[in-house]
Design a protein around this ligand. Structure first.
Ligand SMILES: Cc1cc2nc3c(=O)[nH]c(=O)nc-3n(C[C@H](O)[C@H](O)[C@H](O)COP(=O)(O)O)c2cc1C
Length: 402
């Protein structure tokens, strides 16, 4: 679901070197079909021309406070009523100081004084400027007034110093705006999500695993967090970016995953088992590297079952919601139904991983949701984020009905 589509976003751009990142952000907002208007300070226009912002935002750029009014409308008042979200990025120490103290000596600070919206500040400055008593006091005051902050990061600054004050990256800002427009319908709910594969060692250099990348589980965790849930993400080894969650627990084996789930299960409202833990592990793990035999000899290894996490945990489910996944290559719906009954799931998300655009490693998925009332809902091809929201919609309904 594109939450930015059709939203009016006002961006105040001030005179900091991080201004270049805001062009990238605006380009992403336009792709998401948001309506973007930009106000630049005089200092900002020393860094980048308004033409660049005009071209990227596909809109006029505002700067002058004293200019002829269009249709007798006062521009700073009109602009103050425009935004669904009002972001100032980069936010200089100077502009934050002015807004914190009610100074309105240019178009941006006048709009800030006139608007009823809380402002989102993305500060960017040299570490000493950021740590300066006045800046800290101004930021504190702005927070007390209910304004929001996308805090700056630690890193290499434009002045060559390494320290805090580096503005958040465009993707972080985009994500923040996405969250800003997301209804917090899972607020107060605790979700535990398992994701990715597990690994089992064969010897000191070899291991077995499967093709799960964790993308589906990570998408659920990210969307659940955005909808206000307290999110625990228990993940096997993956190579993808970890979303911002409340607790991130990295595990290796299926036993590790079971222990991690077991530990938090009592404190969970909903467990979503999107991981693909290995069902088997070698009976013996060699302490030394298994040597290659002669070319006509086969290597025979014996495997035993790992613990079945869902089945074991499912027996003490109580009124918790449990969601399972069935990644199959044939007879998908029947396997999913069987899995749901055996493991006491409320519903199972079934997908045919033999399709190239669904399942492991790709960003899209085509799933069917099989519920314990015997209903099957077939969903069309969607991004994993969209699938995540469909799953969370059902979780939200089930939690409400408990
Ligand atoms: C090259 C350069 C980089 C600057 N970078 C920043 C910055 O990142 N953050 C900041 O607060 N001020 C920075 N400044 C100082 C501001 O541009 C200055 O305080 C200006 O008055 C801010 O005006 P404004 O808040 O109206 O945009 C920089 C100045 C220069 C010349």
């Amino acid at each position: 679901m594109n939450k930015l589509k059709g939203k009016n976003i006002l961006i105040g751009v001030t005179g900091g070197i991080a201004i270049y990142k805001v062009l990238d952000l605006i380009s992403r907002l336009i792709k998401a079909e948001a309506n973007v208007k930009v106000i630049m300070t005089d200092a900002a226009m020393k860094f980048v021309t308004p033409l660049t912002f005009e071209t990227i935002s596909k809109n006029e750029v505002y700067n002058e406070i004293f200019k002829n009014t269009i249709n007798h409308k006062v521009e700073h008042i009109e602009l103050s009523k425009f935004p669904d979200a009002f972001l100032i990025a980069p936010a200089t120490g100077n502009t934050m100081a002015k807004i914190a103290n009610g100074i309105a000596d240019n178009l941006l600070t006048s709009v800030a004084l006139a608007t009823q919206k809380k402002i989102i500040f993305a500060p960017a400055m040299n570490t000493n400027m950021l740590n300066n008593y006045h800046t800290q006091e101004n930021m504190k005051k702005l927070k007390e007034l209910g304004h929001y902050f996308v805090e700056s990061d630690y890193g290499l600054l434009a002045c060559g110093d390494i320290g805090s004050g580096r503005m958040a990256e465009p993707l972080q800002l985009l994500e923040y705006l996405n969250d800003y427009f997301t209804e917090k319908d899972l607020l107060g709910k605790k979700l535990t999500i398992t994701a990715g594969p597990t690994e089992q060692k064969l010897d000191p250099v070899r291991y077995m695993t499967n093709r799960s990348t964790g993308k589906m589980g990570y998408a659920i965790a990210k969307e659940a967090k955005s909808r206000g849930a307290y999110v625990r993400l228990i993940s096997g080894p993956t190579a993808i970016e970890v979303p911002i969650v409340d607790e991130f627990i990295r595990i290796e084996t299926t036993e590790d995953m079971y222990n991690a789930v077991e530990k938090v299960f009592d404190d969970t409202d909903c467990l979503i088992k999107s991981a693909a833990p290995l069902d088997y592990k070698p009976v013996n793990v060699s302490d030394i590297k298994i040597k290659k035999g002669s070319s006509d000899s086969n290597l025979v290894l014996e495997f035993e079952r790992t613990i079945d996490i869902a089945e074991t945990i499912g027996s003490k489910k109580g009124n918790k919601i449990m969601v399972g996944f069935a990644a199959e290559t044939n007879d998908v719906i029947n396997y999913a139904k069987d899995k749901m009954i055996r493991k006491n799931f409320d519903f199972v998300v079934a997908n045919d991983v033999s399709q190239s655009d669904a399942g492991f490693g790709v960003d899209t998925n085509r799933v069917s949701i099989v519920d314990n009332g015997g209903n099957v809902e077939e969903l069309p091809l969607m991004t994993k984020n969209e699938v995540a929201n469909k799953i969370l919609d059902r979780v939200e309904q089930l939690l409400k009905a408990r």
